[in-house]
Design a protein around this ligand. Structure first.
Ligand SMILES: [Cu+2]
Length: 160
């Protein structure tokens, strides 16, 4: 008796969590910033992958719903079990990060009007379910470039 009542409460709780998005009363609860954005110089002249990190310092989760650019068409891909697939949206958790990195989530550029070359940059607009769009410049790096993670100015002056 008691046990089944508890189970029912747990199910209701789970449903309430899954049905988020109705919490617009706390408007602009997400505080988004973007860093570590780059494009490894692509081999192809019409396709490329892009990477970046979206940080949410707010109390409310948001969702990346689309990415647009004048440079070409962009879809959002995630990699699961070695295969990539297109996704409609990706969550940016409250007090968390949505990370795009080599071997994981990535922006897929297709039908590029011209091949991105090292030293250039490609501007994209990130669109979210709740927050205003964020414009990001992705510098084109060497094909083998690996970003350094963590905060800048962290380990520079350790000789003191
Ligand atoms: Cu892909």
């Amino acid at each position: 008796m008691r046990r089944s009542a508890l189970a029912a409460v747990a199910v209701i709780g789970a449903l309430a969590l899954a049905g988020c998005g109705g919490s617009d009363s706390a408007a602009s609860g997400a505080e988004l910033s973007v860093d570590a954005a780059y494009i490894p110089q692509p081999v192809s002249d019409s396709m490329a992958a892009g990477f970046l990190t979206i940080t949410n310092e707010g109390d409310t989760a948001d969702e990346l719903t689309s990415v647009t650019s004048e440079a070409g068409e962009i879809t959002v891909h995630e990699t699961a079990g070695g295969t990539m697939k297109e996704v409609d949206r990706l969550e940016v958790p409250a007090h968390g990060q949505l990370v795009f990195k080599s071997g994981g989530n990535h922006l897929m550029f297709e039908k590029l009007k011209q091949q991105p070359k090292q030293g250039q940059s490609v501007t994209v607009a990130l669109h979210f379910a709740h927050s205003a769009p964020v414009t990001v410049k992705l510098p084109v790096k060497a094909a083998t470039y690996q970003p350094t993670t963590g905060h800048s100015g962290h380990s520079e002056d350790s000789g003191h």
